[in-house]
Design a protein. Structure first.
Length: 64
Protein backbone atom coordinates (compact mmCIF):
# COMPACT_ATOMS: atom_id res chain seq x y z
CA UNK A 1 0.00 0.00 0.00
CA UNK A 2 1.29 3.44 -0.93
CA UNK A 3 1.53 6.07 1.80
CA UNK A 4 0.13 9.27 0.33
CA UNK A 5 1.87 12.51 1.33
CA UNK A 6 1.19 16.13 0.46
CA UNK A 7 3.26 17.13 -2.57
CA UNK A 8 3.36 13.67 -4.20
CA UNK A 9 2.61 13.40 -7.89
CA UNK A 10 0.33 10.52 -8.87
CA UNK A 11 -0.29 9.04 -12.30
CA UNK A 12 -3.83 7.63 -12.44
CA UNK A 13 -5.30 5.06 -14.84
CA UNK A 14 -7.97 7.34 -16.29
CA UNK A 15 -7.00 10.72 -17.75
CA UNK A 16 -8.73 13.96 -16.75
CA UNK A 17 -10.88 15.48 -19.54
CA UNK A 18 -8.07 18.02 -20.16
CA UNK A 19 -5.84 15.06 -21.17
CA UNK A 20 -3.49 14.97 -18.18
CA UNK A 21 -3.00 11.78 -16.12
CA UNK A 22 -0.79 13.45 -13.48
CA UNK A 23 -2.22 14.77 -10.20
CA UNK A 24 -0.63 16.46 -7.18
CA UNK A 25 -1.75 15.56 -3.64
CA UNK A 26 -2.92 18.66 -1.72
CA UNK A 27 -4.55 17.01 1.33
CA UNK A 28 -4.63 13.50 2.77
CA UNK A 29 -6.96 11.73 5.15
CA UNK A 30 -10.07 9.65 4.60
CA UNK A 31 -10.59 11.79 1.50
CA UNK A 32 -7.72 12.96 -0.71
CA UNK A 33 -7.69 16.37 -2.41
CA UNK A 34 -5.91 16.27 -5.78
CA UNK A 35 -4.97 19.03 -8.24
CA UNK A 36 -4.72 18.24 -11.95
CA UNK A 37 -1.24 19.13 -13.21
CA UNK A 38 -2.69 19.92 -16.64
CA UNK A 39 -5.44 22.44 -15.94
CA UNK A 40 -5.28 23.09 -12.18
CA UNK A 41 -8.76 21.75 -11.30
CA UNK A 42 -9.05 20.32 -7.78
CA UNK A 43 -11.11 17.27 -6.81
CA UNK A 44 -11.84 15.48 -3.54
CA UNK A 45 -11.89 11.67 -3.81
CA UNK A 46 -12.14 8.87 -1.25
CA UNK A 47 -8.74 7.34 -0.43
CA UNK A 48 -9.89 3.86 -1.55
CA UNK A 49 -10.79 5.14 -5.01
CA UNK A 50 -7.45 6.95 -5.41
CA UNK A 51 -5.52 3.81 -4.41
CA UNK A 52 -7.59 1.70 -6.83
CA UNK A 53 -6.94 4.13 -9.74
CA UNK A 54 -3.24 4.62 -8.91
CA UNK A 55 -0.77 3.61 -11.62
CA UNK A 56 2.46 5.14 -10.23
CA UNK A 57 3.59 7.64 -7.61
CA UNK A 58 6.55 9.99 -7.32
CA UNK A 59 7.86 11.44 -4.05
CA UNK A 60 6.92 14.87 -2.80
CA UNK A 61 8.33 17.75 -4.82
CA UNK A 62 9.96 20.08 -2.31
CA UNK A 63 10.73 23.66 -3.33
CA UNK A 64 13.56 25.13 -1.26
Amino acid sequence: MVKLEVGMRLRLKKPHPCGSEVWEVLKTGVDVRLRCCGCGRTVLLPREKVLRLLRSAEGPSYTS
